[in-house]
Design a protein around this ligand. Sequence first.
Ligand code: C2E
Ligand code: MG
Ligand code: MG
Ligand code: MG
Length: 286
Amino acid sequence: QSKSRGRNAVSFYDPGMQAAVAERVALQGDMLRGIEVGQFHLHYQPQVDEHGNVTGAEALLRWQHPQRGWISPATFIPIAEESGHIISLGNWVLETACRQVADWRRMPGRERMTMAVNVSAVQLRRPDFVQTVMQTLCATEAPPDSLRLELTESLLLHDIDDTIAKMEALRAHGVGFEIDDFGTGYSSLSYLKRLPINVLKIDRTFVRDLLENDRDAAIVHTIITLADSLGIGVIAEGVETKEQYDDLQRLGCRAFQGYLFGYPVPAGEFCTRKDLEAACGAVPAA
Ligand code: C2E
Ligand code: MG
Ligand code: MG
Ligand code: MG
């Protein structure tokens, strides 16, 4: 007994845990300066239709830390949310992504390109969220229908009326919404009929084992059927192989994102994609 108490006492002062806390505090401190001096970058990953033609991109945040090198958003986004820095960071992301899609849309044949931007619960909760998005669209000259805000299911659990009001206000201007990582959250299906959602993004954990696992195939099929009957679109995330792509098409999926079609890359690289030239050039203006 005393031994287990001893272990608990030791684990409370666990040097590993202390180091982790110190690391979080240090990264929080570095973050604001990082935004100011341009250590954050957006990479863009293509989203494609059933023919593999690029229809848009998702903006994914990268942090090039001067000492630590590239840090994953999975590491720094939670820290940014905790510290409130996600507001400055999120505003920078929104502005940069909007400016980029505005640029793309000015190019001939790219009048339909969309830009998906991940939005944190902390951002959406702010009373000025709708105003911030509308002002950013205005300032960057990005058409509202070029912007797709990606929300996660967990975000829909709280304050649903506030969420719906904000989504509807933005939707009235043409802004679209995607539910990210769909199927991994705890949400009830009832919100699907209440929220103005354009697209469900099927989480990549269901896509990963699609070929080996009948249950994953059943879940993917169910999500697609559900979305179809509600008039909502579907994008499969994390498509890495031709076999997954074929299987997803067989299950009725018509939009895709994943390494098979392209890694997240800086804007310069994204623009020189041959298929983007071809695909977007072939799409008639809306
Ligand atoms: P997410 O929004 O679900 O983004 C998709 C993640 O899957 C990205 O990871 C992307 O690089 C990765 N991915 C894309 N295709 C494949 C594939 O074929 N296979 C595999 N294994 N992975 C693939 P990333 O860039 O590390 O971002 C992780 C998460 O961080 C994002 O998940 C998103 O939740 C969050 N995040 C990224 N940028 C932002 C941002 O600007 N704001 C906020 N709030 N969150 C962000
Ligand atoms: Mg996303
Ligand atoms: Mg996702
Ligand atoms: Mg995710």
